[in-house]
Design a protein around this ligand. Sequence first.
Ligand code: NAP
Length: 263
Amino acid sequence: MRAQHAKKHSPWQTVLITGASSGIGEALAYALAVPNRQIALVARRKERLEKVAQAIRDRGGEPLVLACDVGDPRAVQEAASRLRQTLGTIDIAFLNAGIGSRGIAQNLTSAEAEQVMRVNYLGVVYWLDQLLPDMQKHNRGTIVVTSSLAAYRALPGCGTYCAAKSAVSALIESYQIDLLATNVHLVLVTPYFVETEMTGFDPYRSRRVWMSAADAAQRILQGVEAGKHHIAFPWHFRCFMTGLSLLPLPLYRMFWRLVRRGG
Ligand SMILES: NC(=O)c1ccc[n+]([C@@H]2O[C@H](COP(=O)([O-])OP(=O)(O)OC[C@H]3O[C@@H](n4cnc5c(N)ncnc54)[C@H](OP(=O)(O)O)[C@@H]3O)[C@@H](O)[C@H]2O)c1
């Protein structure tokens, strides 16, 4: 069953990547750049996208730069319409654009919560809205959506981020079941500890815990090629977050009380 699913992923002639101007999205773009493959690159920073596009051209690929704010439904509609005119039907899309957010309950602002939800959750919804009808019409296509291991259990200090990523994970898990009888595949990616602009770069970080964006991109592509529906890494933090997700609320609160007392 898994091998059958994997076969349907290949070959990818037309690819879309959101959040392609840096980090995991940029690394995915380089990993996917092969001669004659058309790769549409979405992010807000056009000059950064142009650099990624040039690197794709150098590898023989054919880039299309679509500068767009994924949190603006009209901008997504316009970018998707250009995408359809230029590339036609998309074989595989990576909905990866996202922003981080740190903040505790005491200083939460609704403006920040709205922005995180708009980019991290609605940014996925707006693109699904544009891509799914076409894929369902042709009964083929794959959409790989980046959530986070932070969606497994709400962590302190990043409530708005956890809320938005939990929404993404719930949406994709639900849609995966809705689409079970079709050849349209949704893949959920839940990473953590990837060195990017969002998490910062620190030479003193443990190499055993942190990984590069290029390694993260490889894991994602290997998982998709293998026909996985959920790709989660690194394994140790996945185990930790799974453990936390199974704790009853009183134990979960006790865990953080102990951690805070220890600190
Ligand atoms: N790094 C990690 O450890 C980690 C862990 C869990 C989940 N993730 C998720 O992985 C994804 C990629 O993040 P990253 O770590 O690679 O961080 P990153 O280097 O900061 O990349 C984020 C990408 O999203 C784009 N983006 C942000 N806001 C956007 C908007 N409104 N419209 C369009 N594009 C937008 C950025 O481009 P512009 O600024 O040019 O628009 C950039 O290309 C995110 O969804 C993030 O939540 C990362």
